[in-house]
Design a protein around this ligand. Structure first.
Ligand code: MRU
Length: 339
């Protein structure tokens, strides 16, 4: 374990144990998924979320199916259900496919071994992202002010975090002084999760409404924007939490570096550009309600795309464990691929 934060996902006596992110920040509780159906429900209701954590969840889900059944066809059917539980984060289908391939080779123990490896590799990748990310943090007297969106931290990964990994490494090195945390409507991953993590890590930070970003930038209060990713296309276009694209446009206007931090497992070289990324549309109630309380007139329609796509042209750099890709991303990103 890399720190004192509870593990977001682990295998515990035949169950997939998740730190239940639906309950944070009010309570730290765990949910033990004993069946693939329970795990799919946990994925769709955001008990576990964030691209790298979904990769590990998918892989452990195949192990769960393999331990509960001796029939290869039912393990394959469970794998298909897991892989399609959420469409945007490429890590989910990737983790499922890797664990399924290990199951084909070595049965249930193989699937579990692959899932454990995915989780361990993810933590190591995130720590490397943190180290590599030091090179993108602007040199500012007293440390940089960094703005982040959604939660790309410990909770969204198998541990340590991607965007928050860069912030953590930067803070440890005295290069990051303070973090602006976007609340991240509609389901408030910033207010509920990133704020909880940064508070636990004692990193100075302040919560703002999403629409505060422009005026903070105009006032010179933001030196760097760093976010995670759900899928990165071959040309460097990035799908991430809804609102990311707007932040990138604002950062460009104010000449502020806009950086994406993600493990290589989030890079999808088979997807040529952002137009081919499927963006999940979620329940309109997430928009018309806050914490179960209706905030819009009954019957009023809402549209709830969970992600948007930021064009590569607006991204200053993509930090991975394999190195930092800089503009033009269409050339520098594929150059980092494992040989
Ligand atoms: O809907 P969510 O909470 O799964 O969305 C998560 C994000 O958009 C994260 O920024 C992304 O998955 C990167 S997590 C390291």
């Amino acid at each position: 374990m890399v720190d004192h934060l509870p593990s977001p996902i682990e295998w515990r006596r035949g169950c997939v144990r998740l730190l239940d992110q639906r309950a944070l920040p009010h309570s730290v509780r765990f949910v033990d998924c004993r069946t693939v159906e329970e795990l799919c429900d946990a994925i769709t209701t955001l008990a576990v979320r964030g691209a790298p954590a979904l990769g590990a969840a998918g892989a452990y889900g195949v192990a769960l199916a393999a331990h509960g059944s001796s029939s290869s066809s039912s393990v394959h059917a469970a794998a298909a259900r897991l892989a399609s539980a959420r469409p945007t984060a490429v890590n989910l289908a990737w983790g499922v496919a890797r664990s399924l391939a290990a199951y084909e080779q070595s049965g249930a123990a193989g699937a579990l071994g692959a899932a454990d490896e995915i989780a361990a590799d993810d933590v190591a990748a995130n720590e490397a992202i943190g180290r590599n990310g030091l090179s993108v943090i602007p040199d500012v007297d007293g440390g940089a002010q960094v703005l982040t969106h959604c939660n790309a931290g410990h909770l969204a990964t198998a541990g340590y975090g991607t965007a928050i990994g860069v912030i953590r490494a930067g803070h440890d090195a005295g290069r990051v002084a303070h973090v602006w945390v976007d609340e991240t409507r509609p389901v408030l991953q910033g207010a509920r999760l990133t704020a909880w993590e940064l508070h636990a890590l004692s990193i100075p930070s302040t919560l703002v409404v999403d629409s505060a970003a422009g005026s903070l930038m105009a006032a010179g209060e933001v030196d760097l924007v760093v976010v995670g990713a759900d899928r990165i296309a071959a040309n460097g276009d990035v799908a991430n939490k809804i609102g990311t694209y707007g932040l990138a446009v604002l950062a460009k206007h104010h000449d502020i570096p806009f950086v994406v931090a993600a493990p290589w497992s989030t890079v999808d070289l088979a997807t040529p550009d952002g137009r081919s990324i499927a963006v999940e549309t979620r329940d309109p109630d997430e928009v018309t309600e806050v914490a179960g309380q209706r905030i819009a007139p009954v019957g009023f329609r809402a549209h709830n795309p969970a992600f948007d796509v930021t064009p590569a042209a607006l991204i200053s750099a993509i930090v991975t464990e394999r190195g930092v890709a800089r503009r033009p991303l269409v050339r520098s990103l594929p150059a980092l691929r494992p040989r």
